[in-house]
Ligand binder design. Structure first.
Ligand code: SAH
Length: 255
């Protein structure tokens, strides 16, 4: 069936795409991919010698035109986004245009770079007693951020935090974080998580800016901050032998 599929390609490692995403890329006649971030290796899954477009060089009208033209010819279109399409994917504006044109579409999720970054750091965002909330945000850039979501306000909760699209402003960001987080709060920068040239820089709010500068990281990086990166933690009730769950009885504490 002729349709547009918005597909999350995952963070970089070509094996970190869903089975469904891979199958749809295999079967697509036309692929429009976000060339600035998607690992082009995922396009090799295609088995139909698809026509390939790099959306980094196109504007919204051009992208929609390719979709419209392909659908009118009965072709299937894979619109491949990095990570998960719902996070800074700019899919809303494409979806609204497709709705106006009555073009059928589906969204296929992917592994976002922020969960990939946690995996390469071997950390859990939601460590009991430390933080049970993850904030994903960005420093304002070309796209403004509502004032009610300023970094200073979000930082006041001292949750686990992931900051996208902001590595070039690390110094400003650290100053804002320091209004609430302590200077010794751990912070990690993950450049190209799960790619072969991945880099990890870890430190504290005190020294991270210099470390990032020394590492020469200027783009395609996430900033993760919060005590979840530190050494303090508590165990969950989920696997606590003295705590019953829906699936497991509690052991008697005198045993
Ligand atoms: N939809 C994507 C995010 C797109 S916005 C997702 O779910 O991951 C682009 C920003 O995401 C980059 O500037 C960077 O901050 C982050 N990013 C994307 N892929 C990354 C990766 N592999 N490693 C580190 N950061 C990444």
């Amino acid at each position: 069936m002729s349709k547009v599929f918005f597909i999350g390609a995952g963070p970089g490692d070509p094996e970190l795409i869903t089975l469904k995403g891979k199958r749809l890329i295999e079967e697509s006649d036309v692929i429009i991919y976000a060339g600035s971030l998607v690992n082009p290796e995922v396009l090799n899954y295609n088995k139909k010698n698809a026509k390939i477009y790099d959306s980094a060089k196109m504007n919204l009208e051009e992208i929609i035109e390719v979709m419209k033209d392909s659908i009118s010819k009965g072709l299937c279109v894979a619109r491949v986004h990095t990570g998960d399409p719902s996070i800074y994917g700019s899919i809303r504006e494409q979806i609204e245009e497709l709705k106006k044109l009555n073009i059928d579409f589906e969204v296929v999720p992917g592994v976002s770079s922020f969960t990939a970054a946690a995996s390469v750091l071997q950390k859990e965002f939601t460590v009991p007693s430390i933080s049970q909330t993850v904030i994903c945000t960005r420093f304002e850039g070309n796209t403004p951020v509502p004032t009610s979501e300023s970094i200073e306000l979000l930082a006041s909760h001292k949750t686990s935090m992931v900051i996208f699209l902001s590595i070039h402003k690390i110094e400003d960001l650290v100053q804002k974080l320091l209004l609430h987080y302590k200077e010794e709060t751990p912070i990690s920068v993950v450049y190209k998580a799960t790619w072969v040239d991945q880099k990890i820089v870890s430190g504290t709010l005190k020294d991270i800016s210099q470390k990032v500068k020394n590492a020469g990281i200027k783009k395609t990086a996430l900033i993760l901050v919060g005590d979840f990166l530190g050494n303090k933690y508590d165990n969950s009730k989920l696997y606590d032998k003295f705590f019953a769950t829906e699936f497991r009885d509690a052991k008697c504490s005198t045993e």
